[in-house]
Design a protein around this ligand. Sequence first.
Ligand SMILES: O=C1O[C@H](COP(=O)(O)O)[C@@H](O)[C@H](O)[C@H]1O
Length: 245
Amino acid sequence: MVTVNKFSSSDKLAHELGEYIISKQEIALEHSMFFQIAISGGSLTKVLQKCLIDDPELAPKVKWTQWKVFFVDERCVPLDDPDSNYGAFKSLVLDRLTNNGTRPSVHPINVKLLGQNEAIAKEYGELMPKEFHLLLLGCGPDGHTCSLFPGEKHRYLINETERRVMWCHDSPKPPSDRVTVTLPVLADADFITFVAEGASKQDIMQEIFDTKNIKLPCALINNKFDKKVTWFVNDEAFTKVKSTF
Ligand SMILES: O=C1O[C@H](COP(=O)(O)O)[C@@H](O)[C@H](O)[C@H]1O
């Protein structure tokens, strides 16, 4: 069964998520030189700013120089484009690390290859470590995560068993061209953690947790990797869910 942590406020959620990330950092650094993490874009980036930068208790505990940061999905746009997941992480997190000596190593997609999206995905898959200590994922109101979207048109991404990063074309959510990790990356990760907040997530939470509709990528991931999946949700997002955790 997946673990669900529910919070009455976004501030409490962010603090507990921060504690959790730091605990995973410590576990990883017991046996590895680096904490290898891959993150989503979207609303998650703001939560990361809250817990890793703005939280005075947690910020000093983040061992940034030992972090290797990758992206579970990225939009095929320049890094300074407002749609870039790297760009959002840079402006909300990296640029706020005032001391240059405390920066993580961050690995964006190779934007020199923009327009050759298959090549971007291939290169990014080769660059990624095989095993991540932690994946931090979002959940869209349609049940997508990373750039793994529901529906027949995008089933080629969910069904992939070999390639670890793939080009997602015709994304239903703009921008249309993206790259995304596939399920083999999730299978090899130590921990998979979702963050979902707000009223726009109410219906999809019900479908994921009550109906358990595995046509939705988030519900499929719950089903396949249940023991290592943890959700951080707020009460507002979980209002319609009847199942108890
Ligand atoms: O397009 C994307 O959307 C999802 C969900 O975003 P959210 O703002 O609803 O949390 C995100 O996890 C993914 O990385 C991003 O590319």
